[in-house]
Design a protein around this ligand. Sequence first.
Ligand SMILES: [Zn+2]
Length: 249
Amino acid sequence: MSSILQHAIRLLAVAERQILGSRSGRSISLPTPDSICAWCHRCGAPRLGVFESENYFERLGCRKCYGVCLARDRTIRLGTYDNRWREAILAVKHGGDRALARELGTLLARQWQQTIVAHSFIADSAVVIPIPMPLARRVERGIDHAREIAVGVSKALGISMARCLEHDAGPVQAMLTRADRQSRAQRIRWKSASKWEFDARLASDRQAFETIFLVDDVLTTGSTAAQACAAIRSRLGAPQIVMLVVATT
Ligand SMILES: [Zn+2]
């Protein structure tokens, strides 16, 4: 088969996914998100024992993250990467289900709102930023899943979204070992000359944004999140960064 024909077939498949994905409703029903007591709000790891007090857990982290320097300040999640949430993530990622992605974003926003009571801050001046996907992968899949989830978060919280990060193409994350993922070079950068870059509010006062909601589907080693946090802090100084993920592994 000629390469041109193969390319045309791939483009048709992408177009079909985009059309079907935008028109159809949710392809699967979602499980109930975890209780906000189920995980460490600092790193996102499952909460291990009831003997760990609320204060210990909230302020210093859990046994996994205590004393560890994390680029993000908070981690909000819906569940762990088991069959239920995995199915939902794959339906968005490979099934192009945009309605489902928005619903995941809405659930993440609600999960965040529930934790506000437990923490002392409220996002007065905030922006939602999706973890970026390399352009080639976005074209191939026909959907930028983190962006679609971020749209759901943005609408549910009434906070604007900015696609101000970019991601170099690299090997597919799932094909890398844990060690490879941790040793990958910096691939996420602040997108120069993005539309948002010229936002008058940003130009006049970089500290205007006190809280960043960073959105992704899965949190594994945290290396991608750390890169995104570094890119954000390189441009915006030291805002509080809240990581919103559907599931942690
Ligand atoms: Zn922790």
